[in-house]
Design a binder for this molecule. Structure first.
Ligand code: CTP
Ligand code: MG
Length: 170
């Protein structure tokens, strides 16, 4: 098996889109409905909303359908559903951990903001990836995914901040 950049890009696009779209279309009722956890702090905080969650997964799946059409492999649609759901789950897990560490909403954390979403996006569809796109699970591919995700996420958040979509550039 050899390194395959196309496979990596096909894998990355849906969870990237899922993670980015809520910044524009999110808002409204928070996933935790404003409730606090045992420590008196929010479960997730106001930055994780139902609308963002749903819009993110739907957008990722649409990208997956496009990939299925382009490649002729319908499994890309299902893979996109899992990787996009994983991205949103990872993003919420990050907020959950940040709240437990008493980080206020929006305070940056390298692991939680930039990397956790893509790690869970890789783990949730792990067995489908192993069967369908094993190239993406090669150690060198995983390292590339983490590095590219970190850099792209930083750049996109700086752009979102300049456009006034985010209060902070991370
Ligand atoms: N967003 C949303 N719903 C989600 C995820 C994100 O509505 N499920 C929107 C929110 O407006 C959020 C913005 O996208 O403020 C940026 O997301 P993110 O950086 O993940 O959230 P933060 O506001 O930084 O909050 P946290 O400290 O919990 O990461
Ligand atoms: Mg943030």
């Amino acid at each position: 098996m050899q390194f395959d950049l196309i496979a990596i890009i096909l894998f990355l696009l849906p969870p990237y889109v899922a993670n980015a779209v809520p910044v524009i279309f999110g808002g409204g009722a928070p996933v935790d409905f404003g409730m606090s956890a045992w420590d008196g702090r929010r479960w997730l905080g106001d930055g994780k909303t139902w609308k963002g969650l749903i819009v993110g997964i739907v957008a990722g799946v649409i990208v997956g359908y496009a990939e299925a059409g382009v490649t002729g492999n319908s499994a890309f649609a299902f893979l996109a559903f899992l990787s996009s759901s994983g991205a949103m789950l990872g993003d919420m897990l990050g907020s959950f951990i940040k709240r437990r560490l008493n980080y206020e909403r929006g305070r940056p954390s390298l692991l939680m903001d930039q990397l956790l979403f893509i790690i869970v996006a890789l783990l949730l569809p792990y067995f489908i990836l192993a069967a369908m796109l094993p190239q993406v699970l090669l150690p060198e591919a995983v390292v590339l995914v983490l590095v590219v995700t970190y850099v792209l996420h930083r750049v996109m958040n700086i752009i979102a901040n300049l456009l006034g979509l985010k209060k902070v550039p991370w």
